[in-house]
Design a protein around this ligand. Structure first.
Ligand SMILES: Cc1cc2nc3c(=O)[nH]c(=O)nc-3n(C[C@H](O)[C@H](O)[C@H](O)COP(=O)(O)OP(=O)(O)OC[C@H]3O[C@@H](n4cnc5c(N)ncnc54)[C@H](O)[C@@H]3O)c2cc1C
Length: 511
């Protein structure tokens, strides 16, 4: 589900990152972001079925058709209108490093209203506004699952800045599927980097970050006002080499960077504080299936007939409400939303891109949040059996809730567990990324790209603005900007820089 592949505004960061290395990607527009299959209730005895249509007005019509009480649909619209205020502000700014005050002042001079609007939303969470505007518990639950499906936490814990970005870009730039699969994004980026003289080493595991005492090296970074007596000067690789560089950028998670690549004894106090503010989210259990297209679609048609379509989107003849959509969320009980294996996610990308699998079949990817602990104490035989048992259980739930005949359609099936994520992505406990350990003050506590160790930067989903590919690309743009500024390749105002860094650290420490 790719955000950031649009062609206008400034938040289309994946398109921009590819353009920066002279590349373009072919995509297929997705008519919906998600088809939600949510729990039944007295008001919705057949379950709450909601599709998030690409066109915002169609989505608003869908909400009106589902939440028939006028005050509720108006409240929801008020909530999403607030999201548009955030998005429109973000989408007017050039998105770079929020740790570079000269750039921030420049953007403020050009777009004062947008900057002030964003500043006013910085300490706010989506739940603060849904509680304020939405008068119905079920509709607030809907906002919760809307947040949960990408933040893995409820609206109360999801910063409004992220919500604004996600809830509007899906309508503005739209969700677009990269032809050939999402791996093509990385392949094109790598190609572009290499064409411009960059060198990428594959299968090259970094085992540690080399440091020296910061006083013994000339510091080009303005981070010298921090607590660490060290400076990062290079990395060690598993094949025994040491590579030295002015700037070391870690794309590993915060827990892997600080504690594994940099030993625990060298972890600065700012990172210990981070561990108090944020914790690891669960990992995911994934079931990758190839299914028979005819059986899957026949099941879908039978399912539609069996359900009263009351409340479904019916008033726009341009959209085919009965067509099977690519992305689905299945939740059988609101209470289980945040439980391991509580919420089920499904993607069927071959509905959009026929090149992904052989004719007559579809790719069916089902996944659900899960903890690594449940998988670590099993023998190899138990592990294999447990994978199949859990997968059978999930397929049965999907079949009952949204995909009749699913089990009969399966041609092949592969199960990946949180251990798979841990091993193949090299992520601590296979975690999806950091989530707040207590109600956050919006985005104020989120770490950015610089660290307390001069010369060492972090990038990716452990840094602002968090998880999701477009968000990670934002952090990449921010990091590149800050590194260039620290290396003297972009103009900075050193006094302002140091003061701003101290102020940011103080705010982060205080929240
Ligand atoms: C099941 C699932 C579904 C998702 N669906 C979507 C979606 O539809 N849309 C979306 O936008 N986002 C989605 N996400 C989230 C998105 O995939 C992540 O937020 C994003 O990939 C994180 O990017 P990253 O670069 O920070 O980390 P990663 O993608 O984990 O990349 C880090 C890289 O660093 C490498 N690495 C780690 N340690 C070392 C080391 N010591 N030496 C060398 N290399 C190392 C790893 O091998 C890895 O390639 C999904 C995530 C999951 C788990």
């Amino acid at each position: 589900m790719m955000f950031g592949l649009g062609h206008r505004g400034t938040t289309n960061l994946i398109t921009r990152a590819l353009a920066a290395v002279g590349k373009k990607i072919e995509t297929v527009p997705d008519p919906t972001q998600i088809h939600y299959h949510l729990p039944s209730s007295p008001k919705h005895p057949n379950g709450l079925e909601i599709k998030v249509w690409r066109k915002y007005e169609d989505f608003v019509d869908e909400l009106k058709a589902v939440f028939t009480q006028e005050s509720t649909s108006k409240g929801l619209q008020r909530f999403y209108d607030e999201c548009w205020r955030v998005f429109n502000s973000l989408n007017s700014l050039e998105l770079k490093s929020l740790e570079e005050p000269r750039y921030l002042l420049g953007e403020f001079a050009k777009h004062p209203l947008a900057c002030l609007t964003l500043a006013s939303f910085l300490p706010t969470n989506a739940g603060d506004l849904s509680n304020k505007w939405v008068d119905d518990e079920e509709a607030r639950g809907f906002v919760d699952v809307e947040c949960f499906c990408w933040s893995t936490v409820s609206a109360a814990m999801t910063p409004m800045i992220n919500a604004g970005m996600v809830f509007c870009d899906r309508h503005y730039g739209g969700i677009n599927y990269p032809v050939g699969g999402t791996g093509v994004l990385a392949e094109l980026l790598a190609e572009g980097v290499e064409e411009r003289g960059g060198v990428i080493e594959y299968g090259c595991r970094v085992t540690g970050i080399e440091t020296s005492s910061s006083s013994s090296e000339a510091s080009t970074s303005t981070a010298s006002s921090t607590s660490s007596p060290l400076r990062a000067v290079g990395v060690r690789t598993a094949d025994g080499r040491t590579l030295r560089a002015k700037s070391i950028i870690s794309n590993a998670t915060r827990w892997d960077t600080f504690g594994r690549l940099l030993p625990e004894t060298k972890v600065p106090k700012e990172e210990i504080e981070f561990r108090d503010r944020y914790k690891k989210s669960p990992s995911f259990l994934s079931i990758h299936m190839r299914v028979d297209a005819e059986t899957l679609l026949r099941g879908h048609r039978e399912g539609i007939k069996g359900k009263t379509r009351k409340g479904a989107h019916v008033n726009n003849s341009k959209l085919d409400d009965e067509e099977l959509q690519c992305h689905h969320i299945v939740l059988e009980s609101w209470q289980q939303m945040e439980d391991p294996r509580g919420t089920l996610f499904v993607s069927i990308p071959s509905l959009l891109d026929r090149s992904l699998c052989p004719e007559g079949s579809h790719v069916f990817h089902a996944f659900t949040p899960d903890w690594v602990d449940a998988w670590t104490k099993l023998t190899p035989e138990e592990y294999e059996l447990e994978k199949e048992r859990v997968a059978d259980e999930i397929v049965a739930r999907l079949e009952a809730a949204a995909f009749p005949l699913l089990s009969k359609s399966i041609i092949s099936r592969e199960v990946g567990t949180p251990k798979t994520h841990r091993r193949f992505l090299n992520r601590a406990d296979g975690s999806y990324g950091p989530i707040p350990s207590r109600k956050p003050t919006g985005m104020l506590g989120m770490p950015m790209n610089t660290t307390a160790v001069p010369g060492l930067y972090c990038v990716g989903d452990s840094t602002f603005p968090g998880q999701g590919v477009n968000a990670v690309v934002f952090s990449g743009f921010g990091c590149a900007h800050r590194v260039l500024a620290d290396q003297g390749k972009l103009p900075v105002v050193p006094v302002l820089d140091g003061a701003f860094r101290k102020a940011l650290n103080a705010v982060r420490g205080a929240v």
